[in-house]
Design a protein around this ligand. Structure first.
Ligand code: PLP
Length: 386
């Protein structure tokens, strides 16, 4: 997205290639948010006309999201985002009597979003044992690998649908079938795949699923968790409150954000299918090839069209990063945590050496990327290449 002064970003001519971290909010969503803050301000728990109207709007969005994943509206709980949804998935189910108390084993993977590791580390202090599955060389968690990790006392399996660094897509249907046949709960973090890949909680045997609005050009701070048969489950609340969201999550429901989320759900597919027609990924690969830039793409070939992990073997990373400051927004394979620079856990799980991880970038395209912008990006890579 080449941003001019009348556009959304404060910086002129920034090429934003970091939508896997967060999408720019669609203009229609911005308008819906503005209108909602102005008109839908009443508390959805109030019994007067305005309150009921807001409550109806929330219900409409709940139905919209449920429809998208083949669920019932009563199984959707609004949260602050996928991080919270993932927390609920583990804590509410494991501490809520949904699994027998002697089941203390959790299966997840080495390539999950960081928040899953934080949740699992906490659960270890509560007596749970965790198995972290290593991805295969294509960055995929196979159903066989999950099968080998299952134990008699496995309580829950949690495998993400699309990976946020590689864009790889895990065989969720197979994994779901396996979990179903073994009577193990199956959670999938679908923050990256929602509205981009087909999701059906019944076909995929998913029991719990996490979503986030800002990964589909909606507002930040709102997401949802799907919980199969929620009303029969008597779960432990994550926030004890006044009974909102089936008692699971107290606090006045964030109606304007939910309305913005709904607008994004309605519009994202249309923008995304237009984006797919640009064949941005193929164009970038062809451009790199024709400029004799040595690169490799990490993960297998059937990744999300909007996200790719690129190792630039002969590129001077610091030079490219310096150019990036005023030209590009892009994610590097090493995330800086305070003073130390850590290589990404996903690349490490793939067995990538440190120096190669340093030369790896995640390119994730905005909906309105142009070929000119991709060419500009390749020019910059060329300039930074030895
Ligand atoms: C972005 C992301 C999250 C975190 O979502 P928030 O809504 O920002 O909490 C979790 N998992 C995946 C796969 C993500 O891409």
């Amino acid at each position: 997205m080449l941003v001019s002064s009348d556009n959304q970003l404060p910086l002129p001519f920034m090429i934003y290639l970091d939508t896997a971290a967060s999408y720019p909010v669609l203009p229609e969503v911005q308008q819906a948010l503005f209108d909602a803050f102005k008109f839908s301000f009443a508390n959805s728990a109030s019994s007067h006309k305005l309150g009921v109207e807001v409550s109806d709007e929330i219900q409409r969005v709940r139905e919209l999201i449920a429809d998208e994943i083949g669920a019932y509206p009563s199984e959707i709980v609004f949260t602050s985002g996928a991080t919270e949804s993932n927390n609920i998935a583990f804590k509410s189910l494991l501490f809520g009597g949904s699994v027998p108390s002697n089941k203390k084993h959790i299966v997840t993977s080495q390539i999950e979003h960081k928040c899953i590791f934080a949740i699992c580390s906490y659960l270890e202090t509560q007596g749970f044992e965790i198995t972290y599955i290593k991805p295969n060389e294509n960055g995929i968690i196979t159903a066989e690998a999950v099968s080998e990790s299952l134990r008699e006392d496995t309580a829950i399996v949690s495998i993400m649908h699309a990976n946020n660094e590689l864009g790889t897509i895990n065989p969720i249907t197979e994994i779901g079938e396996l979990c179903f046949s073994k009577g193990v709960l199956f959670h999938s973090d679908c923050a990256q795949s929602f509205m981009k890949e087909e999701i059906d909680v019944d076909d995929m045997n998913i029991d719990v699923l996490s979503l986030s609005a800002h990964k589909i050009a909606g507002p930040k701070g709102i997401g949802a968790v799907y919980i199969r048969d929620l009303r029969k489950k008597h779960l432990q609340p994550v926030i004890h409150g006044a009974g909102q969201e089936d008692g699971l999550r107290g606090g006045t429901v964030a109606a304007p954000l939910i309305i913005g989320f709904g607008k994004a759900v309605e519009l994202f597919p249309r923008y995304y299918s237009d984006f797919k027609k640009t064949e941005a990924k193929d164009y970038l690969i062809n451009k790199l090839d024709s400029n004799d830039i040595r690169f490799s793409v990490n993960g297998n070939s059937t990744t999300l069209p909007s996200c790719m992990s690129l190792t630039l073997h002969d590129t001077n990373t610091s030079l490219l990063i310096r150019q990036q400051d005023d030209q590009f927004c892009i994610a590097q394979g090493s995330a800086c945590t305070s003073k130390t620079i850590e290589p990404s856990h996903v690349l490490t799980a793939l067995g990538m050496p440190r120096e190669q991880a340093d030369k790896t970038f995640r390119v994730s395209f905005p909906l309105d990327i142009t070929r000119d912008e991709i060419s500009t990006f390749v020019e910059a890579i060329k300039k930074a290449t030895i």
